[in-house]
Ligand binder design. Structure first.
Ligand code: CA
Ligand code: CA
Ligand code: CA
Length: 419
């Protein structure tokens, strides 16, 4: 059996925008926040050159993988159900505010393409060194502005026949998430900011980071595997949202248990903290929520009053994944993967008027299913659906304690060829 086969299967999972059931850690990708997604080498759009090297007779030298696929994606902006309705309705107020500029469709088709070039140094098992570089691009056909480029690099050093140290680096130069509320102008002077008085601006970020992982295989055939990892990510936002910048530190563990040579279960846990320095933002506050006269007109009944207040977007994430896989081998040309994930995100803000973050918890559930068909000559086809839903919970004297934050999903078909 080949580790490459596992990788190929994982492709289908990792292809989704927020790789919930993907590699040990791909942090969640919220449109507009959270930690950047860090996919592994197994991403379809960036096929790793693992196919050759993981075969038993792996040899030194170059390797190249190419991958291309087409996916359908529902709700790529991760909009709430009511915002999705507004997007479809194309309201005049939203056209005035720029809320959905360049956000043309609630669903989309996505083209993915990538290459992975690698080189293996060293012939002796137990001391090999692999270097890989993976550029990839995703093109959204309806919402073209969501398209982005990314690059990953990886260096893996075998420490012995059963252990390996791996450094992964990733960089995304710029990515549009969606439009975000930037300011409000009380044009009619009534003390409140109406929908059409709001101003939205594109939320765009740039991020890069690295992860160091140590893997250890133990037991007789089939060998089980334990991996521990730690990493850091820096994320910057383009104007006018520079203040949302964050630093993420993460650590986690993944264990793979093999019932047979070609099937098993993989469990992983990851913790990540994303620091955002507290800063001031324009908020829309309801006076009756705080019994305060924010607009100074002598009453405490106004809604959506413009107010500049301190905000803190710092988060603590706990993420657990379970995946079941069976791989293709020379006797069987179909493999598969079934995975489920849960991420609990706690917002750490203690700022009194930071209603979007203070006392908020997000619970995200996701699932993936994929089948891999070996096509021969180093090629394979991966097909499968995925879906996720995030629930938002807020403490305090609010009526809307639990809400669906967003639901998204899709299906992906992808072909990979290794040379
Ligand atoms: Ca107004
Ligand atoms: Ca007032
Ligand atoms: Ca008033």
């Amino acid at each position: 059996m080949t580790r490459a086969a596992v990788g190929l299967l994982l492709l289908a999972f990792l292809a989704a925008p927020s790789a919930l059931a993907g590699e040990p850690a791909p942090p969640a990708q919220e449109a507009g926040g959270g930690a950047p997604e860090f996919r592994s080498s197994d991403d379809p759009s960036a096929p790793a050159s693992k196919k050759k090297k993981s075969k038993k007779k792996a040899s030194a030298g170059p390797a190249l993988d190419l991958g291309a696929g087409l996916g359908y994606e529902y709700n790529p902006f991760h909009l709430t159900p009511s915002a999705l309705r507004d997007l479809r309705d194309d309201r005049a107020a939203d056209r005035a505010s720029g809320r959905f500029d360049d956000m043309d469709s609630p669903d989309d088709f996505v083209l993915r393409a990538g290459a992975a070039g690698g080189y293996r140094f060293g012939k002796k098992s137990g001391s090999r060194l692999d270097v890989e570089l993976e550029p990839a691009v995703r093109l959204f056909l309806e919402n073209f502005r969501l398209s982005y480029f990314e690059a990953q690099a990886r260096v893996s050093q075998e420490l012995s026949k059963s252990s390996e140290l791996r450094l992964s680096l990733g960089y995304v130069p710029e990515r549009f998430r969606r439009n975000s509320f930037a300011d409000g102008i009380d044009e009619d002077g009534n003390g409140s900011i109406s929908d059409s008085e709001r101003r939205y601006r594109p939320l765009r970020d740039t991020y890069g980071g690295g992860r160091l992982a140590f893997r250890w295989d133990y037991g007789e055939k089939p060998a089980n595997t334990v991996e521990i990892f730690a990493g850091a990510v820096a994320r910057a936002y383009r104007e006018p949202f520079e203040e949302r910048r964050e630093w993420v530190l993460e650590a986690g563990i993944e264990a793979t248990f093999r019932g047979t040579e070609t099937s098993g279960t993989r469990l992983s846990y990851r913790y990540a903290r994303g620091w955002n320095p507290p800063h001031r933002e324009v908020l829309l506050v309801d006076e009756d929520r705080y019994d305060l006269d924010f607009n100074g007109d002598g009453d405490i009944v106004d809604q959506d009053v413009r107010s500049v207040q301190r905000v803190n977007r710092t988060t603590n994430d706990h993420e657990a994944l379970v995946r079941f896989f069976w791989e293709t081998d020379p006797k069987r040309s179909v493999g598969g993967l079934l995975g489920f994930g849960l991420r609990v995100r706690e917002y750490a803000s203690g700022e009194p008027y930071d209603r979007d973050h203070r006392g908020r918890w997000d619970f995200r559930l996701g699932g993936r299913f994929a089948l891999e068909f070996a096509l021969g000559r180093g090629a394979s086809l991966v097909l499968g659906p995925w879906g996720e839903i995030q629930l938002r919970w807020r403490e305090g004297k609010t009526l809307d304690k639990t809400k669906v934050d967003y639901a998204s999903g899709g299906v992906l078909g992808l072909v990979r060829v290794g040379f």
